[in-house]
Design a protein around this ligand. Structure first.
Ligand SMILES: [Cu+2]
Length: 147
């Protein structure tokens, strides 16, 4: 019985005793949204740099500016076009970086809660697997922006 209690105690204490949260080690840069006309889904792009000594795993994103925000990955289809799929998680390696950029990883932002125009600043929160969060400010750019 004592052993079981000890295990339960450890299970509760270990997450708290681990090092700083994943979000604390992530530096976000060049965060922007490509605004499309007619309330079409918008792509969100950002470079995430992990300055920590262990991997950080992005598991979801959310924003008050969009009713729906997902992690997506675009890839070339055999037909020569492009397809995309939803990701459950996106790992940023220790001391490494992952770029969310056109034609690759991106945030799929749908159903804007209010009309957006180029130049607007939108807050999107990145959620990591340890429960930590990183708020990032994205700049809205026009549809023809490339980076
Ligand atoms: Cu997408």
């Amino acid at each position: 019985m004592i052993g079981r209690t000890l295990l339960l105690t450890l299970a509760i204490l270990l997450p708290l005793s681990s090092e700083a949260a994943q979000a604390d080690h992530i530096k976000a840069s060049n965060a922007w949204i490509r605004l499309l006309p007619a309330n079409l889904p918008a792509g969100g792009y950002v470079t995430l740099q992990n300055q920590g000594s262990s991997a950080a795993t992005l598991v979801s994103v959310h924003s008050t500016a969009y009713a729906s925000a997902m992690l997506h990955q675009s890839s070339a289809s055999e037909a020569g076009g492009s397809t995309m799929r939803m990701l459950d998680r996106l790992a940023i390696p220790a001391q490494g970086q992952v770029a969310l950029a056109p034609a690759g990883y991106h945030l799929m932002l749908e159903q804007a809660t209010h009309p957006l125009t180029p130049g607007d600043k939108i807050d999107i929160t990145l959620d990591f697997s340890d429960g930590s969060h990183l708020p990032v400010q994205f700049t809205v750019r026009p549809a023809n922006a490339s980076e």
